[in-house]
Design a protein around this ligand. Structure first.
Ligand code: UGA
Length: 442
């Protein structure tokens, strides 16, 4: 059992802290936001993450929450840094919160500083020099990047593909590796710079795969191929693998955008133009409004048309809307003059999306709509009774931005349905039964 202080009660800090407690360690979680600490002390998780609240409850005995650095660090063998590193206007990572933690480390502290936050390569060297300058030579430094994905973070921590530990001294790497001994996994021990790069390169490669399949999808649309079958066909090649080959309206979330941009910026600052990443980012930017362009092909001008935007979170099982394609799509629809109704089971865009109306149910969002756009692959949307929903729509158009639904079934139900990168009959080819209704409206 080790005593661990975790700095930052965001997604990474809370999940890491709760899971470290679950595997037997004593954990103190420190944050600067009083409301978060109060909520945690009252047994509530300030974020929505499946399994987290249960884990916090189950390990109450081994978890403490505090606003006070000294209290968290007192007696700790490890200081985990889990604070946010957002993008600055230049695309570099903003390390303000990281440096604040370093500044606050109490004098005379011993133990290991473990960097979980995603930082540019070279940060470890700078932190080491700063610790030495602060008289904290007895605090070791280890880079231990996190690979948790929101929505599955607890599972990802407990069953990691690998744990990466980058250290200046082998004995420091061994200590951090030992913390994870209850987890069945591969430990990758390396130097600090390589550990920092592993994290950035992993996210950059994942986004490259998504942008790649999205471009294949766009070409599929022009040549009549089906990207779902193409992804399956290439993914079965064990050298390629099947993950992160789902075409859609683009990748979002708080990590991908900032990490890819931080790596591109890091390369640029070091004198290298990372051409491939520039394209990966641009493809993603262009992918989001394509859903709106598809709608325009079906409906013509969008002014006065009612459009349901289904799903706001950047992916299912989270309430996180940071960098979500839904925000770009909804904002474009509003800009085109459409009457936008949104729905999401947990994410709330009220106050975020000017001119859009948030609805309580899928049925409410699509009632009277000229079209629905699926932006997040929530299971609720796959399970919805589309036959019933269709009856309430003004015209049955569905743009499926996540290829969530079965095109054949949707067309059999009378929808003008279009996915991403899938063969689509000529636009406006609604089944016969729709004709009288359509004529009436003209
Ligand atoms: C991502 C990584 O997957 C984690 O390994 C990493 O630790 C984390 O960033 C981080 O750096 O903190 P996350 O942002 O939670 O995790 O979400 P993902 O599940 O990776 O999805 C990101 C986006 O890509 C979503 O918008 C999703 O819809 C999209 N996506 C994903 C696709 O469009 N196609 C796919 O095939 C997969």
């Amino acid at each position: 059992m080790a005593r661990i202080a975790v700095f930052g009660a965001g997604y990474a800090g809370l999940v890491t802290g709760a899971c470290l407690a679950e595997i037997g360690h004593e954990v103190a979680i420190r944050d600067i936001v009083p409301e978060k600490i109060e909520a945690l002390r009252a047994g509530r998780a300030p974020i929505y993450e499946p399994g987290l609240e249960e884990l916090l409850e189950k390990n109450r005995e081994r978890l403490r929450f505090t606003l006070d650095v000294g209290e968290a660090a007192d007696g700790a063998d490890f200081l985990f840094v889990c604070v946010g590193t957002p993008s600055t206007y230049s695309g570099d990572a903003d390390l303000w919160a990281v440096w604040t933690v370093i500044d606050e480390i109490p004098a005379g502290m011993r133990g290991l500083l473990v960097m979980k936050s995603t930082v540019p390569v070279g940060t470890g060297e700078k932190v080491r020099a700063t610790l030495d300058a602060q008289g904290l030579e007895n605090v070791g430094y280890v880079s231990n990047p996190e690979f948790l994905a929101e929505g599955t973070a607890v599972h990802d921590f407990m069953h990691p593909d690998r744990v990466v530990v980058g250290a200046f001294r082998p004995e420091d790497a061994d200590e951090v590796a030992a913390l994870h001994e209850k987890l069945e996994t591969t430990i990758v021990k390396t130097d600090v710079a390589s550990a920092e790069m592993i994290k950035l390169a992993a996210n950059a490669f994942l986004t490259t795969r998504i942008s790649f399949i999205n471009e294949i999808a766009n070409v599929c649309e022009l040549v009549g191929a089906d990207v779902v079958d193409v992804a399956k066909g290439i993914g079965l090649d064990h050298r390629l693998g099947s993950h992160f080959l789902r075409a859609g309206v683009g990748w979002g979330g708080s990590c991908f955008g900032k990490d890819v941009s931080a790596l591109k910026q890091l390369a640029g600052n070091s004198g290298y133009h990372f051409q491939l990443l520039a394209a990966v980012i641009e493809v993603n930017e262009l992918q989001k409004p394509r859903a709106v362009a598809k709608l325009q092909k079906h409906l013509g001008k969008l002014r006065g048309k009612r459009v349901a935007v289904l799903g706001l979170a950047f992916k299912p099982h989270t309430d996180d809307m940071r960098e979500s394609p839904s925000l770009v799509i909804a904002a474009r629809l509003v800009a085109e003059g459409a009457e936008v109704r949104t729905w999401d089971p947990v994410a709330d865009a009220r106050g975020l999306l000017q001119g859009a109306q948030q609805c309580e149910s899928i049925a409410e969002a699509v009632a009277g709509a000229d079209a629905a756009v699926i932006v997040t692959d929530w299971p609720e949307l796959a399970e919805a009774d589309w036959a019933e929903l269709r009856k309430t729509m003004r015209s049955p158009h569905v743009i499926d931005g996540r290829n969530l639904l079965d095109p054949e079934k949707m067309r059999a139900l009378g929808f003008a349905y279009e996915g991403i990168g899938r063969p689509t009959p000529p636009f406006g080819a609604l089944p016969e039964t729709e004709e009288p209704e359509r004529k009436l409206r003209q």
